[in-house]
Design a binder for this molecule. Structure first.
Ligand SMILES: [Fe+2]
Length: 263
């Protein structure tokens, strides 16, 4: 089966360009055209669905997502609003599994995808929290032989000396300990950093999915100035077959600059 992971779409109403020059809506439309041709089994959107977390953005996002043919699962990022996600996507039953956080377990093709909500309203940094870590532990302990992917917006693992603080998930170490206790966890997938990154995580692999909207500039050294890169945005395709390794392909989208900006 094919799991498409899209992330950090940062949609704004009225087709506004992100930061005045990145065509987030156009990129998402291109991405959806590609996904409709690829026919993934499901699409998982790992947060920052919109840019400012307001109703008009979710209304436009819903319009943009309408042509997508595959089953879609939405997760919150630091730019999102849980109540508005529920309001604008009332048919997405999994958004109502939990009364507060948007946690859910997808069972598909002998694999479990554990959607873990790391959003703290009003803050850029993320946290899972003790209650959710308990929830995760019970889900993993309840199905120790079923391969699992954990998905959340904020990377719960170090990615570079530059990406600390706001770029991290505060209780990432606790999640890493949970992963190390459960050999059936194959991947921990995330977004937030708008780059394509992989790390070792106990026996598993941790990854950051690029943004479909805009790529953050490469920042490895501490205090590197933050900048938006002209590197192409993209998304991940995770290919899953029972008893085989998960294979991840990065798909790059056309350059994020709109045609008008190139003139
Ligand atoms: Fe983002």
């Amino acid at each position: 089966m094919i799991i498409a992971q899209i992330s950090d779409m940062h949609i704004q109403q009225d087709r506004r360009l992100l930061k005045g020059k990145f065509d987030a809506a156009g990129n998402l439309e291109t991405c959806i055209q590609q996904l409709n041709a690829l026919q993934p089994d499901l699409v998982l959107a790992t947060g920052d669905l919109v840019n400012s977390g307001v109703a008009a953005e979710y209304a436009f996002l819903r319009e943009l997502l309408a042509p997508l043919q595959a089953p879609l699962y939405l997760m919150p990022g630091n730019h999102d609003d849980r109540a508005l996600m529920r309001e604008f996507f009332p048919g997405h039953d999994y958004l109502f599994t939990d009364h507060t956080r948007l946690n859910h377990v997808i069972e598909c093709g002998g694999l479990r995808i554990i959607m873990l909500d790391s959003h703290i309203p009003g803050k850029d940094e993320g946290a899972i929290g003790a209650a959710q870590l308990d929830w995760l532990e019970s889900r993993l302990a309840g199905a120790p032989h079923i391969p699992a992917i954990i998905a959340l917006h904020h990377p719960p693992f170090p990615t570079s000396p530059r990406y600390v603080g706001n770029f991290f998930c505060a209780d990432g170490p606790e999640l890493q300990q949970a992963v190390s206790r459960h050999p059936n966890v194959l991947r921990v997938i995330s977004g937030h950093l708008h780059r394509n990154i992989q790390v070792n995580l106990a026996h598993a692999i941790g990854s950051v999915c690029p943004s479909t909207a805009v790529t953050f500039g490469l920042a490895i050294a501490p205090k590197t100035p933050f900048f938006y890169s002209s590197e192409p945005p993209g998304y991940h395709l995770h290919l899953w077959q029972p008893d085989k390794p998960i294979i991840t392909h990065t798909v790059l989208l056309p350059p994020a600059m709109p045609a008008a900006a190139d003139a």
